[in-house]
Design a protein around this ligand. Structure first.
Ligand code: FES
Length: 71
């Protein structure tokens, strides 16, 4: 966990972003959540673009940063 977003130059496609904060490949799910009851946030990125994935766990717009880390 970190108190800022992960800025990723994303390619279009289906992405699974870690929500349990145990992944060794943040911000992506690596399966480390197994047994925790928390799964990844799976989203369809429709075009190549830069995204800000929440790293603090406080966002209300998961999996993306909504600025809550700075409030
Ligand atoms: S990093 Fe979590 S709201 Fe920005």
């Amino acid at each position: 966990m970190q108190n800022k977003p992960y800025i990723v130059n994303e390619t279009a496609g289906t992405k699974a972003y870690c929500q349990c904060h145990k992944s060794q490949n943040m911000p992506y799910c690596d399966g480390a959540h197994k047994g925790s009851g928390v799964g990844p946030s799976v989203v369809e990125v429709t075009e190549d673009k830069t995204v800000a994935v929440c790293g603090c766990g406080k966002t209300q717009s998961a999996p993306f940063c909504d600025g809550a880390h700075s409030r």
